[in-house]
Design a protein around this ligand. Structure first.
Ligand SMILES: [Zn+2]
Length: 430
């Protein structure tokens, strides 16, 4: 609870303490306070726009890490000798520094790969929940927010919104991962599902077509995922128990608040055992009323990558004083166990084929083992779609998962999968 006395205390701290630095996991300064010859302080962001949303700004109410760790940044836990020495010199004490999990090479790759598009990227270590990169576009200059406030708030592009954690999008075909998991759970990983796709079907009085009207021929469960065949998936979904499907979505943190310490929205999944059968086909292919944030979609793939256990995402690993002493340290936490180890293994094997011979081939590399799911999520009646890719990559025990969305990008395989590959390349080439 923010109270007046709390605010008075913070402004007293601001007078006596130089705001601490925000540092990347590879030791680079992401934000620091500098002062000119006359002692005027200014917050400086060496990477400009690249970390704008996640690191945040320190004006006009603050945002991102600047906001959440405001108190730590303005608190000096310097040792007593450092404090005496700064007091004697008549200088301010040095605030504590915030050490993030963000990596500058991976962030740069994600930022450049999104280039001039609107959209977002989240990259995470699925074994710990550490967020390695988080980009949202369009972006802004975090050091110039006060000067540009009017423009930033009237612009229709919602530049200040962190699309990675606040943007809500239909998941499209990325949701087929969830449908396939529930099908495996009810009918076994070695089920004998078969369906002949003609590019079009009518089921429960709902018309469903495959992307671009393509006919995929006879497919089994794995091929339905690999080719992202809508008609086969909706026929699989028509055999599922609605209540169990809804409870799987709950285990995957749909409709729940994701505990991450910056502004985030909950994903929406308005489906339960009482929902009408006519809602099933749309739900199964990630259309209809389901909405998801890139962060949440990244966590679905993170659970698969981490043997079925979803870790709590975090952005800050340590707070240290100006003498490099650790003041606070983040402990990794399990958030949910939405699937068993063998289910995660079977899903990974299925999603590997998406990359080796299916719609996600642009995320393939011979330098690491990658797997994932593309999505082209329709968002209007003209069949325009957002391009999605969620996927993971592993090499030598190191793992990374990503969630990528390009607004209005069209085909996920063509537009979002190559962005994921650039991010994996940067991570595994370090
Ligand atoms: Zn099909």
């Amino acid at each position: 609870m923010i109270t007046d006395s709390h605010n008075r205390r913070l402004s007293a701290l601001e007078k006596n303490v130089v705001r601490g630095k925000i540092i990347s996991s590879d030791g680079k300064v992401l934000a620091q306070t500098v002062s000119d010859d006359s002692g005027n302080e200014e917050r400086y962001y060496p990477y400009g726009r690249m970390f704008a949303h996640v690191v945040g700004y320190n004006d006009k109410g603050k945002s991102g890490i600047e906001s959440k760790w405001n108190f730590e940044l303005l608190t000096s836990n310097s040792n007593i000798f450092t404090q005496i020495s700064t007091d004697l010199k008549g200088e301010k004490n040095l605030g504590d520094d915030v050490y993030t999990t963000l990596n500058t090479s991976v962030q740069k790759a994600a930022y450049n790969a999104l280039s001039g598009e609107k959209g977002a990227v989240v990259a995470m270590d699925p074994q710990t929940g550490a967020v390695v990169a988080m980009v949202s576009k369009p972006d802004f200059r975090p050091g110039k927010v006060a000067q540009n406030w009017e423009e930033l708030n009237t612009d229709s592009d919602a530049m200040l919104v962190n699309r990675a954690t606040q943007g809500l999008y239909p998941p499209g075909s990325t949701f087929k991962v969830v449908t396939a998991l529930e099908y495996m759970r009810e009918y076994g990983a070695n089920n004998n599902f078969k369906y002949k796709c003609t590019g079009y079907t009518k089921i429960n009085n709902v018309k469903i077509h495959c992307y671009g009207g393509e006919a995929h021929g006879t497919v089994d469960m794995e091929e339905a995922i690999e080719k992202s065949c809508n008609t086969a998936i909706v026929h699989m979904a028509s055999q599922l128990n609605k209540g169990k499907m809804a409870s799987l979505a709950t285990d995957l943190m749909f409709d729940s608040k994701i505990p991450i310490s910056i502004a985030a929205n909950s994903s929406r999944f308005s489906f339960n055992k009482k929902s009408s059968d006519s809602t099933v086909p749309q739900i199964a292919i990630g259309q209809g009323s389901t909405l998801i944030t890139p962060l949440q979609n990244c966590m679905v793939i993170a659970a698969i990558a981490n043997g079925g256990t979803m870790m709590e995402p975090y952005l800050v690993s340590q707070v240290k004083n100006s003498d490099n002493g650790v003041i606070k340290e983040t402990k990794t936490k399990e958030l949910s166990s939405p699937m068993t180890k063998s289910e995660s293994k079977a899903l990974k094997k299925m999603l590997r084929k998406v990359v080796t011979k299916g719609t996600g081939s642009k995320a393939y590399s011979s330098n690491y083992y990658s797997y994932g799911k593309t999505g082209s999520a329709e968002y209007n009646s003209d069949k325009d779609s957002h391009a999605w890719y969620i996927g993971g990559a592993e090499y030598n025990g190191k793992k990374l998962v990503v969630g990528v969305i390009v607004e209005g990008g069209g085909s996920g395989g063509r537009v979002a999968a190559p962005i994921a590959k650039d991010i994996f390349d940067a991570y595994f080439n370090q």
